[in-house]
Design a protein around this ligand. Structure first.
Ligand code: NAP
Length: 510
């Protein structure tokens, strides 16, 4: 049963004396959550941050110091505590060197035992996300083995740990709205049942999928050199992920494995209170603590940066399509509210699922973002290395693949072929022009490949549960607004132009 009514004071008071285990705190969303809880409730007991140690030299503690509390996002909190900031952080935060892909989260038995006794809340935010090809882990997200390990087995290991926590009041799992697959129409906030696939007559057996990966890897054992084996394995795992995702009706490995993670949660939750949060595309912090703050380049932001760097002359997208975006601070506010609302709720027949989305309540189309981008650059023109103003040009949009490919052929592929020939004859005289054009071509193709599907997604996320949660929030005092997650309060034009685009350029544009 959800609580009837909550105000900010109730929410803040709830976290007093509570110990929370958070995974994914070095990531974008995780940091926003850690900062918010510690800022609004300094008397939270402990915050255990499970962090992977990249190597012996860079310990979990050091990573938390550098990648979490040392970031600009913690500026407000730093100001609040002044000279006592580091001491406050030391008292509250415990960095745990671990990894959710391992049994027992990669922790030693005594640590795990002590942790299980202390934990009130678990928030699983960790995942292999799918956002940027140039980062090493972007490759991981497409690998079936890695995605299964983190997005699926990680959930299993956390569920097993949750069963050992006698005082557990909440296990929150962050999934994604796109576990629904490519669908049109209204998409409901309903849990995914174990085995349920998007293809009729096909049943997902997670153990069989793990076995498939093992067999595929064993089959690659005889490849000659070590580095050759690694390359072959990476390629094979990416192909297998896509093939299995498509076999069961999903468009990519990331959303498919996130869906399987939800299935395992449903299966292994026992009698523990569990909630699933499904955000859509998360954008920069809108209000609190640092408007515009972002980390890692994501879907629509690659588009903004591409435009700023003049690498994006065209794109395959229908500007009239509604994109579903939600600022990061609204996501964490909703998470905090849902933790409190469902705390110790052991009764639900089905796991409560929340679409943390905007398409139903306050839809915004791609054209609003595009116009905001143009407006931003008209008002803040870019200046080239030579000191001259770079004109703000419109992007050509194509709403069909055929038109897009024809344009790419005539504007890039043919000129590139000709340039390549001429360049050969003139001993590389046009190398710079060739490389520039080639880079632009590759960038557009990559962007369309990765983000194109989002731009044509025609579903609309129903958010009844979210709406009910919102209605339980008393909005009487100014303080009550500190947990605002009502997307209707967003003026998208203003948010994109004044906050998001400058934020992306400031924090990601480097
Ligand atoms: N961002 C979005 O637009 C969006 C939209 C919908 C849903 N989501 C979901 O929201 C969550 C957070 O996304 P995000 O954008 O904040 O992701 P992110 O910035 O990529 O962060 C991912 C986090 O997961 C951690 N992690 C990965 N593998 C791990 C492992 N084996 N053990 C422990 N930690 C591990 C990473 O740690 P390292 O620093 O060690 O890599 C990092 O802290 C994810 O569950 C994602 O699926 C995100």
């Amino acid at each position: 049963m959800m609580h009837d009514s909550m105000d900010a004071a109730t929410i803040v008071a709830y976290f007093k004396g509570k110990s929370i285990l958070i995974t994914g705190s070095t990531g974008f969303l995780g940091k926003i959550l850690v900062e918010k809880i510690l800022r609004v409730q300094p008397d939270a007991k402990k915050m255990y941050l499970l962090v992977r140690g990249t190597d012996a030299a860079l310990s979990a503690k050091q990573r938390v110091q550098e990648e979490v509390i040392g970031t600009e996002l913690f500026g407000k909190l730093r100001e609040k505590h002044g000279d006592g900031f580091q001491q406050f952080m030391q008292e509250k935060i415990v960095a745990l060197a671990g990894d959710i892909t391992y049994d027992n989260l990669g922790l030693e038995a005594p640590t795990l035992e002590a942790l299980a006794k202390d934990i009130d809340i678990i928030v699983n935010i960790a995942a292999t996300t799918n956002f940027y090809e140039r980062l090493p882990y972007f490759d991981d997200m497409r690998r079936y083995d890695v995605s299964l390990d983190v997005n699926v087995m990680g959930v299993k290991h956390l569920c097993q740990f949750a069963q050992q926590c006698a005082n557990l009041k909440m296990f929150m799992h962050v999934s994604t709205a796109y576990v629904c697959g490519d669908r049109d129409g209204l998409i409901l906030e309903k849990p995914i049942q174990p085995g349920e696939s998007l293809q009729q007559g096909r049943y997902i057996d997670i153990d069989a999928e793990l076995q498939l990966v093992r067999e595929a890897k064993n089959g690659l054992m005889d490849v000659a050199s070590n580095s050759e084996q690694k390359t072959t394995e990476r390629k094979a795992m990416k192909e297998l992920g896509l093939q299995r995702a498509r076999h069961f009706g999903w468009s990519n490995t990331y959303v498919f494995t996130k869906a399987m993670g939800e299935m395992l949660l449903e299966q292994l939750r026992g009698d523990k209170p569990v909630v699933v949060m499904r955000p859509s595309i998360i954008t920069s912090v809108r209000a609190d603590p640092l408007p515009g703050w972002m980390q890692n380049t994501r879907t629509i932001d690659t588009f903004i940066i591409g435009y700023a760097k003049q690498n994006l002359p065209c794109f395959l997208a229908d500007l009239s399509v509604v994109m579903d975006v939600i600022p990061g601070d609204m996501v964490t506010n909703a998470m905090i509210a849902a933790v409190v609302a469902h705390s110790e709720d052991r009764s639900p027949a089905a796991v409560p699922v929340y679409h943390v989305t905007s398409s139903l309540r306050n839809p915004v189309t791609y054209s609003v973002l595009y116009e905001s981008i143009l407006r931003h650059f008209y008002q803040n023109p870019r200046v080239g290395k030579d000191g001259k103003i770079i004109p703000t040009r419109e992007i050509r949009f194509f709403s069909t693949t055929a038109q897009f490919h024809l344009y790419m052929m005539l504007t890039f592929k043919l000129p590139l072929k000709i340039l390549q020939l001429v360049n050969l004859l003139l001993c590389g005289f046009f190398s710079r022009i060739y490389n520039d054009l080639n880079r632009k071509y590759k960038f557009v193709v990559h962007l369309v490949d990765v983000y194109g599907p989002f731009a044509f997604f025609n579903g609309c996320f129903e958010d009844m549960n979210m709406e009910q949660l919102r209605l339980t929030m008393a909005m009487k005092t100014p303080e009550d607004h500190m947990f605002n997650f009502d997307t209707k309060t967003i003026d998208w034009d203003d948010y994109f132009t004044r906050i998001h685009i400058p934020g992306v350029l400031k924090y990601l544009g480097k």
